[in-house]
Design a protein. Structure first.
Length: 250
C-alpha cells in the first residue's frame, strides 16, 4: 500500500486532476484483479479508493439567448448562402444534439426532409437515431434549396480553396462562437453549450429524464442528471404553480 500511496502522490505532483488520477487507480484495480484471477497473491482491488470528484458544472443558455444566436446569421451576415448555411448549422446543433464530429460527417443522402428522424454511426459503430425539430428541418431545406454544387456533404465550406469540402471541427466551433458574440452573449458558448441548453430546456418543461437520457444516448442516468440544475428564478416559477393550482397542495 505504501508504494501505491507514493504513486498517487507522484501523479498529484504532476498536476494531474483527481479525475485523471482515478483513471490510473482504476487501471491498477484491473491489474490486481488480473493477478488474483491467475492465483497470484496481491492486494485486494477493493482497498484502492477513488478520489471524490466535485459535481460537474454545466454551461447552458436561456431559451431567449439561444434564440438570439439562432437568429444572428440573418441579422449580421450579408451573403445569402452563408446565412442559410449557418442558420441550418445552428438549428441542427441545437435541435438534434448532434456532436460536432457527427455534424460535419453528415451527407445529404442521410437526411430525408420528409421524415423527422435519421440515423448516424455513433461510438463503437453503433447506429444512433436522431430526431429533427421542425425549425431544423425548415432551415436545412432552405439551405439545400440555395445550393447549386454537387458535394455529397450536408455542411460545406464556402470560402477559398476549401469550397465544397466538409467543414472542420474548428470551423463549426468558430461559427458558434462568432454568432454568440454578435448576439451579445457574454459567456463562453460552444457547440456543446447548445446541447446542454436544449437538454435543460426539455427537463424544465417536465420531460422525463429517462427519455432525455435516451435522446442523448447517455449510458448512465448520472450523466443526464447534470442537466437537472436549477436556479432561484426557476424555483420561484415552480413555487408559483402551487398558488395557481390550489388542488396541487393537497
Amino acid at each position: 500500500m505504501l508504494h501505491i500511496q507514493d504513486f498517487r502522490t507522484y501523479l498529484i505532483k504532476k498536476w494531474l486532476t483527481p479525475k485523471t488520477v482515478n483513471y490510473h487507480v482504476v487501471g491498477l484495480r484491473s491489474f490486481f484483479k488480473f493477478l488474483l484471477r491467475n492465483d497470484i497473491d496481491t492486494i485486494s482491488p477493493d482497498k484502492l479508493d477513488l478520489a471524490k470528484i466535485p459535481p460537474r458544472k454545466v454551461s447552458y443558455l436561456s431559451e431567449k439567448d439561444v434564440q438570439k444566436i439562432l437568429q444572428a446569421p440573418a441579422k449580421f451576415e450579408k451573403n445569402h448562402l452563408k446565412i442559410v448555411r449557418d442558420e441550418a448549422i445552428l438549428a441542427t446543433l441545437y435541435g438534434t444534439w448532434l456532436r460536432v464530429t457527427e455534424l460535419i460527417s453528415l451527407k445529404k443522402s442521410e437526411i430525408q426532409l420528409s421524415e423527422t428522424q435519421f440515423s448516424v454511426i455513433w461510438k463503437w459503430s453503433k447506429l444512433r437515431s436522431v430526431f429533427l425539430t421542425r425549425d431544423a428541418k425548415d432551415k436545412i431545406n432552405r439551405y439545400l434549396s440555395a445550393r447549386s454544387d454537387d458535394s455529397e456533404f450536408l455542411f460545406i465550406s464556402l470560402s477559398g480553396n476549401s469550397y465544397w469540402l466538409p467543414l472542420s471541427r474548428n470551423t463549426i466551433e468558430s461559427i458558434v462562437k462568432k454568432y454568440a458574440k454578435l448576439a451579445g452573449i457574454d459567456q463562453k458558448v460552444t457547440p456543446h453549450t447548445l446541447r446542454h441548453s436544449f437538454a435543460t430546456s426539455l427537463l424544465r418543461k417536465w420531460a422525463d429524464i429517462r427519455s432525455v437520457q435516451a435522446l442523448l444516448w447517455h449510458s448512465s442516468i448520472q450523466t443526464t442528471q447534470i442537466y437537472t440544475h436549477v436556479d432561484d428564478k426557476y424555483l420561484q416559477k415552480v413555487h408559483d404553480l402551487l398558488e395557481k393550482d390550489p388542488s396541487s397542495q393537497e
